[in-house]
Structure formats: C-alpha cells, structure tokens
Ligand binder design. Structure first.
Ligand SMILES: Nc1ccn([C@@H]2O[C@H](COP(=O)(O)O)[C@@H](O)[C@H]2O)c(=O)n1
Ligand SMILES: C[C@@]1(CO)OP(=O)(O)OP(=O)(O)OC[C@H]1O
Length: 164
C-alpha cells in the first residue's frame, strides 16, 4: 500500500464454499444456480473482497473485525448493506473512494450477464459512479477449488484519497 499525496490502495480477497441448499448471491445479485455460497452472512464473496480492499486502504482491519461471524446480528446479513457501512466508515475516516476493480474466479455459473447489475449495486452502496467500479470474471480452467466447483473466490483492489 502507498500514501503518496494522500493516495491509498487496498487489496481484498475472499473465498466461500459452494454447497447445496444455499442462495448464490454475488455483488448483491441472486444468481440462479444449483448451489450457493456457505457463510455466516449471505456469503457474498465479491462484496466481502471489496469491503476488505477498502478497509485495507484505511488500515481499518478487515470485515471480520467490523462484523464478527460470532455475532447473530450478521446471520444471513445482506453484504451490500455491510459494504455500504464500510463505505460510510472509510468516509468518516476522511477518505474518498476513487476506484474499485475486482475479479471473481468461478468455473460456473456465468457471471457476465450479471456484471453490470453487480457494478451498479456496489457503486450505489459506496455512493460512487458506476464507471468507478470494475467487475470481471474468470474460470480457472477447471484447476483448483474454483475449477472443481467446490467454491468461488474474489479479489479486489481499491484506490482512495484523503479528503481536503
Ligand atoms: N464464471 C465465469 C467465468 C468466466 N466468465 C466470462 O468468460 C470469459 C472467459 O473465461 P476464461 O476463464 O475462459 O478466460 C471471461 O473473460 C468472462 O467474461 C463469466 O462470465 N463467468
Ligand atoms: C461477513 C461475515 C459477517 O459476520 O460473515 P461470513 O459470511 O462468514 O463471511 P467472511 O468472508 O468469512 O467474513 C466474516 C464476517 O464479517
């Protein structure tokens, strides 16, 4: 991470297991699929990676320190709402969110049809323009846990600047 001219970058990543009997919610979009992601919250791997990127940039710990997975208040929590709370937290620390970019690694299902809705949900949660949010997807060519469809991962970077 860097702090030149008030600029900060942060990096986040998250992984959740794919299991039967759960909803698949990514970037606030409920995607029809035979499996969903397991977690204490709605397990929205993309919102969690973006949240951790933002918290990294302000040296604010991580999503688990803000929203402990031992707290029943966050059971099945809407992670877009958690993300908006993270956005408010970084603004309260005196930072402006300039840019977000993220990658989802999933063998299936296709994310491309939902990419724009994901970008809009994240942008709205963070009160930034949709042009400031990038979301991409990749398979892992059937390699690793994502490739075996045992789980889905997401990574994100965030660029922030100090206000004033
Ligand atoms: N779950 C996914 C994975 C990929 N995509 C889209 O397909 C393109 C090709 O993926 P490769 O892993 O073969 O490079 C990728 O660029 C995405 O546009 C997707 O929508 N959902
Ligand atoms: C989001 C939280 C909320 O309790 O729960 P999980 O859905 O388990 O997700 P994780 O990525 O493990 O982050 C921890 C928690 O903050």
């Amino acid at each position: 991470m860097s702090d030149v001219s008030g600029l900060r970058i942060g990096q986040g990543m998250d992984v959740h297991a794919l299991v039967e009997g759960r909803r698949l919610v990514i970037g606030g979009v409920q995607i029809p699929h035979e499996k969903g992601l397991l977690g204490h919250s709605d397990a929205d791997v993309l919102c969690h990676a973006v949240s951790d990127a933002l918290l990294g940039a302000v040296r604010g710990g991580d999503i688990g320190s803000l929203f402990p997975d031992s707290d029943p208040a966050y059971r099945d929590a809407d992670s877009v709402r958690l993300l908006s709370e993270v956005g408010a937290h970084v603004r309260a620390q005196g930072f402006r969110i300039l840019d977000i970019d993220a990658v989802i690694a999933a063998q299936r299902p296709k994310m491309a049809p939902h990419r724009q809705a994901m970008r809009e949900n994240i942008a709205r949660a963070l009160c930034i323009p949709v042009e400031s949010v990038g979301v991409k997807a990749t398979t892992t060519e059937r390699l690793g846990f994502e490739g075996r469809e045992e789980g889905i991962s997401a990574t994100a970077v965030a660029l922030l600047c100090r206000e004033g």
